[in-house]
Design a protein around this ligand. Sequence first.
Ligand code: NDP
Ligand code: GDR
Length: 375
Amino acid sequence: MDSTTQKIAFITGVTGQDGAYLSEFLLKKGYIVHGLKRRSSLFNTNRIDHLYQDPHVDNRNFFLHYGDMTDGTNLIRLIKEIQPDEIYNLAAMSHVAVSFEMPEYTGNADGLGTLRILDAVRLLGLEKKTRIYQASTSELYGKVQQVPQSETTPFYPRSPYAVAKMYAFWITVNYREAYGMYACNGILFNHESPIRGETFVTRKITRATSRIVLGLQDKLFIGNLDAQRDWGHAKDYVRMMWMILQADEAEDWVIATGKTTSVRDFVRMSFAEVGIKLEFKGEGVDEKGFVKLCSNPEYQIEIGKEVLSVDPKYFRPTEVDLLIGDPNKARTKLGWECQYDLPALVKEMMQSDLKLMQKDQYLKEGGYNALNYFE
Ligand code: NDP
Ligand code: GDR
C-alpha cells in the first residue's frame, strides 16, 4: 500500500490486552500503527513482540514510543510528530481493586490522562483531522439501577477507577460538543482472552485451574463468587473500537454480549473444560469448592480434594454486583455482532493456559528454577 494513503493510528496502552489485539487488527487493515509504551525496568512488550519491527529496516508500519498518560508535554510532542488520523486511548490503571490502593494516581492517569489527549489534539489544531476513541467502561454503571444497561442508563460509579473513568467519559463528550471534535466513548463491558492480565478474575481462574490439574498449585483463593459479569472476547471488542471511529457521527456506544454469568459459574466452566465437576459448600467467606468428579484420567486429582477457598482479602470496599449490557444500538446502527460466546472464550483461555502451564511443569520436573539469580 502507498504510504501516503495509509491511515495512521496512535494507540495508548499498546502493551495491554486490547492494545495488542487492536494493533494486530489495524495492521491487517493496512494502517501505520504508533503505540505508547511506558519505560519499565524489565521488558513489558510480551503481547506485541510478534509485531515488533527492527528500527533499521525500511517500510516499517509499527512504531513504539516511550511516554506516560501523566506526562502532558510528552503526549503533545508525540501527537504532533505522529499526526494521527485516529487515536485509541486505551492506557489506564485498569484494575478496579488496585484503584482503591492508588486512587490519586488512578485519577491522574485515567481521568486527567484522557483530558491530556483531547487537549493535545485541540492545541495542535487537529480537531478536524484526528478522531478519538475513549476506552469507557461498564464500571460506570456501578450500583445496579436498571438492567440491561444501555447508553441511556444513569451512571453510579463504585470505585476510584470508575470515578476517574466517569470524568474521562464526560470530558470526551464535552470536547466533542465544545470544539466539534470527533470523539467517542465505547462503553465496553468486560472482555477477556488468553492474553488477559493475570490478576483479572477470569484469567486468574483459568491459570489456577490449569496449575491445579497439573499439580503445580493446590488451591484457588478467590473473592466474591456472586458477582455477575457480561463477559465477551477482546477480539470482538477491538473490532468494534475501529467500527466506532468509522461511523458517520461521533457518538457513544455500549458494547456487550447481553448475557451475564456469575464468577462461580465461570469457575465451574473452567474446571469442566478439564473434565472436573466441582461441588460448592458453605456460604460467603466460608464457601469452598471440592472435586466431585474427574472424568479425565490424565489428571491425578483425588475426589473430594478442596481446590477453592474464598479469601476476603479479594473483596472490594464497594462492589459492582451485576452487569449485563444492551448492545442493541451497536448491532442495529453499526451491524456489530460477537463471533465468540462464553463457552468458546473459556475453552480458548483454558487451552492456552494449559499449554503455558505444561511448560512450567516440564521445567519443574527437570529441576529447573529460572529465578535462582542470587544463589
Ligand atoms: P490492560 O490493563 O491490559 O492494559 C492497560 C494498558 O495501559 C497497558 O498497556 C499499560 O501499560 C498502560 N498504562 C497504564 N498506565 C499507564 C500510564 N500511566 N501511561 C501510559 N500507559 C499506561 O487493560 P485492557 O487492555 O484490558 O483495557 C484497555 C482499556 O480499556 C483500559 O483503559 C481499560 O480501563 C478499558 N476497559 C477494559 C475493559 C476490559 O474488560 N478489558 C472493559 C472496559 C474498559 P503496561 O503494560 O506498562 O502496564
Ligand atoms: P472488573 O474485573 O472489576 O469487572 O473490571 P475483575 O476481573 O477484576 O473482577 C470481576 C469480578 O470478579 C470478582 N472477583 C475477583 N476479581 C479479581 N480480580 N480477583 C479475584 O480473586 C476475584 N474474586 C472475585 C470481583 O470482585 C468483580 O466483581 C474489569 C477491568 O478490565 C476494568 O478495567 C474494566 O473497566 C471492567 O472490567 C469492565
